[in-house]
Write a protein that binds this ligand. Sequence first.
Ligand code: COA
Ligand code: AMP
Length: 634
Amino acid sequence: MANSYEIAHKQSIEDPNGFWGAVAEDCHWYKKWDKVLDESGKPFFRWFSGGEMNTCYNALDYHIENGRGEQNALIYDSPVTDTIKKYTYIQFRDEVARFAGALAAQGVVKGDRVLIYMPMIPEAVIAMLACARIGAVHSVVFGGFAPKELALRIDDAKPKVIVSASCGIEVARIIAYKPLLDEAIDMAESKPDRCIIKQRPMETAVLIDGRDLDWDAVTAEAEPHDCVPVAATDPLYILYTSGTTGVPKGVVHDNGGHMVALKWTMGAVYNVDAGDVYWAASDVGWVVGHSYIVYGPLLKGCTTVLFEGKPVGTPDAGVFWRVISEHNVKVMFTAPTAFRAIKREDPQAELMKNYDLSKFKALFLAGERLDPDTLKWAENNLNVPVIDHWWQTETGWAIAGNCLGLHHFPVKEGSPTKAAPGWNLQVVDENSTPVTTGEIGSLVAKLPLPPGTLTTLWNNDPGFLAAYLEDFPGYYKTADAGFIDDEGYVFVMSRTDDIINVAGHRLSTGAMEEILCDHPDVAECAVLGVADKLKGQVPVGFMVLNAGVSRDSNKIIEETIQMVRERIGPVASFKTATVVKRLPKTRSGKILRGTIQKIADNTPYKVPATIDDPTILDEIKEALTGIGYAKGEK
Ligand code: COA
Ligand code: AMP
């Protein structure tokens, strides 16, 4: 007999209208949809067109009206400031309504963009929900990005208001955000009307007269604002993510489909219910933070944990266990890299013994491939299901996973289990022809994508089509390669583009190459992601210098490292580069990045038949050995 997962998956593919229409009944609508799936603009599919709703209403007010007003909506746990602060649904709704009023007082109306550049403090979540409340479109930018990257996003989204804070805290370091924001606004062509700045006690930002306002002052004066009905198809947020060039892609998620899908995943994927405590240890600047710190748990009526700290060093590798036990966390979600960091500091999980984890029921990991060592360590020490699931900024929720609320399948190492309901996942060759079972190819999803997934790129429909829909007509290109085995288990092996995954953060090596090539002494270069025990991958640069350059090459390397830090930000973790005489290329001039990567990672490689001069590979190996790779210990 078919299990609940199989029934749900089959129905979602064969009858998407029936499946998602029934799921959507669980949400509050001011006006029901005309169509569940609207195919009229194919290949731009829309969900719940004609429907009107409000995401913030469903995430806060709805629960208050249904008896959850005194339940905690959000627990802010900040080991870096030694703070724990809890907000009930009523308290949190009141904060959000007041800040919505403050935004409205600055002229922000439905459809306007508000950029949020904030550390992990409650005000970041309040600002996001306040935008949703008045129908404004938020765009959160991760704090680890440099002013240049922030400026690119300001110019693309053209926000009316920017919300920021005086500083973030990286373990014990205070990172002043305001000077970075000021620099970005100086660089950008599009200028916001206003900046609203939350002053934190550890750093006071200088406010610019006439442009900047103090968060506390504007909220004290503000009238609470009610929820504004929006079309289900109206955008909720834009989240920029690395593309294959230096220009980030503004991924757009809508209101209605996003609400329906995310609320449903809380039960179907994560097996949590209203009233449960759910913790995603990520950052609101990433899609995981949007979906599973903010929207998913609150739409479901859970208590969400906002954690301002790191898995290690704040103060030690036991902090995750402390948070789980202190707040009765039922389900946690983080990236494998966080567990690798803990395992490295506390291999025997001694610190876990200090805490009662009896309420903890499951660990979910995503953001990068889950290595078997980390999976086993977590399983053996936590004694709960450890679930790998695969998704992207574009998809907003899992493409594949072990959907614990539907059926718990046995785990296969290296696989995020099966395609989630809503996902008709296939593996195809370059002609869009399905490959045979078990064979590696491009992982693609047959259109339409389920609700909650990207609807387009901001102001860039042609870019959306080119990036995702054109290579495999009728399918969404995930840009991941992998295979599906004879039991339907999905294996995600690698990206098919230049994206690398550094500590669960998505970065483009192409963007880093553009920066290195801007150095006056660099003739050509290659940046690739090499395996790293902690971060999964780290970028390493290879540079060929211009003829006649006689400067100290270490100095040039230092300068390029600094350039990447200044232009992309510390999040790039670009710390290693080397100068080589030449780069290995095919006879047609294509740099053999894959071969360099295999040498660096000590994986077997064949000398490509098309290589121009095979002796270059020995030079590359020597250069890699010089910077600590290709030796077997990295
Ligand atoms: N604001 C400013 N700077 C930031 C920042 C922020 N919000 N977040 C990170 N940075 C900086 C860090 O301080 C570091 O700077 P440094 O080079 O000067 O030391 C750099 O960006 C790289 O940060 P990170 O990749 O986080 O590395 P780390 O060595 O500080 O920590 C881990 C490593 C594994 C502990 C950390 O990456 C982690 O906790 N990862 C969890 C996974 C995660 O959140 N993934 C998101 C998707 S689920
Ligand atoms: P991001 O958009 O930052 O979430 O990054 C998405 C990319 O991360 C995917 O395209 C994959 O390459 C990778 N990724 C995310 N989750 C997994 C996973 N569970 N297994 C393998 N790769 C993953």
